[in-house]
Ligand binder design. Structure first.
Ligand code: SF4
Length: 341
């Protein structure tokens, strides 16, 4: 069976023509799908004969909303969705001045094993399909009644470890007959799968790239992010410079500040020296404490001091505004105690 939230316009047109119907019927079906409808019955301008034929070969993915937590501080909403095979994923809806943003998960679980991240503690269950990623947006819109116009891929999973499905998801999210979300309103965050950075630069030169960096030398980074053993910092930095050259775009580095691990002035200097020559911005994230990891967070004031030192050495830096702190809303750092896999 084919999931219609995973197919693009051309694929849907071929299906409709093969079933013996004119091409324009695909337009009608596509519009209903991306309006968030998940039943053929809702497609009031589509002939019953086509609906019946489609039902035999296709279905429309949708996620079961198990729980919606709403932050009392800032209205951030975190949805817990059940996939059709029982796996659970989370998506977070955030309101910023520039628009409504969703943090999308790309995998159920994750195999990258970053020690500060509870989402990956139990390993990878499976990759999400493009339709399951699209569904996080459509089903979040259905649940909140709010239109989403920005996407960050910073939820559970490593998007570059599910590259083809991520790529199709981005194209569907961007397509005029899909969700129509601008490429520049989409950000993909990776832990640093180097060969995919080049693929991404060539294929999606308008999409924003964020890299989880979190350390300034190989020993420190390898101890908290195992991916660094495979793609050490020299290779990562080289790939970032190539990315700058190929796209002309700035990279955002995510740097989680962990108390007594990477938060002093020496660390700031080493970080700036590492990123010399990379067109970038550093986003500092005070760690969302994961009790089981034994790591601790730092105060916002200390984070601000760290940002000021970085800026004084020539790299723009900001401290990430914490949204949904009362519901563990931070992307990619879902607490193990709340883990639902
Ligand atoms: S931070 Fe991202 S890449 Fe690392 S384990 Fe967590 S979900 Fe995976």
């Amino acid at each position: 069976m084919i999931d219609l939230r995973s197919v693009n316009k051309e694929e849907l047109e071929s299906m409709v023509v093969e079933l013996g119907f004119p091409k324009f019927r695909a337009d009608q079906v596509m519009k209903w799908i991306f309006k968030g409808k998940n039943s053929f019955r809702d497609m009031t301008n589509v002939p019953d004969s086509l609906k019946l034929s489609l039902e035999k070969i296709a279905y429309i993915e949708h996620l079961e909303l198990v729980r919606m937590q709403v932050s009392e501080i800032d209205g951030t909403k975190k949805a817990l969705f059940r996939l059709s095979d029982g796996n659970m994923i989370e998506s977070v809806f955030m309101k910023y001045k520039f628009g409504n943003t969703i943090c999308v998960s790309s995998q159920a679980g994750c195999r990258m094993g970053c020690v500060f991240c509870a989402s990956g503690k139990l390993g990878l269950a499976r990759n999400l399909t493009p339709g399951e990623m699209i569904s996080q947006i459509l089903d979040m819109e259905n649940a909140t009644g709010e239109k989403i116009n920005h996407i960050v891929m910073m939820g559970t999973g490593e998007p570059f470890d599910n590259y083809e499905n991520m790529a199709k998801f981005i194209r569907l999210a961007n397509a005029k007959d899909g969700l129509g979300i601008g490429m520049r309103n989409i950000t993909v965050s990776t832990c640093g799968i180097v060969p995919r950075i080049k693929d991404f630069a060539e294929e999606f030169n308008q999409v924003n790239l964020a890299i989880s960096l979190h350390a300034f030398d190989n020993d420190a980074r390898s101890s908290i992010m195992p991916i660094n053993k495979k793609y050490p910092l020299e290779e990562l930095v080289r790939a970032c410079k190539d990315y700058n050259r190929l796209t002309g775009r700035r990279i955002t580095f995510e740097y989680t500040l962990i108390k007594d691990v990477n938060d002093d002035i020496k660390a700031a200097k080493k970080l700036v020296s590492l990123l010399k020559g990379v067109h970038c911005h550093i986003n500092l994230i005070p760690l969302n404490r994961v009790v089981e990891s034994g790591l601790d967070t730092i105060s916002r004031d200390r984070a601000k001091e760290f940002a000021d030192s970085i800026e004084s050495m020539g790299i723009p830096a900001t401290v990430r505004r914490e949204l949904g702190s009362d519901i563990d809303g931070a992307c990619g750092q879902l607490r193990l105690s709340k883990n639902i896999n």
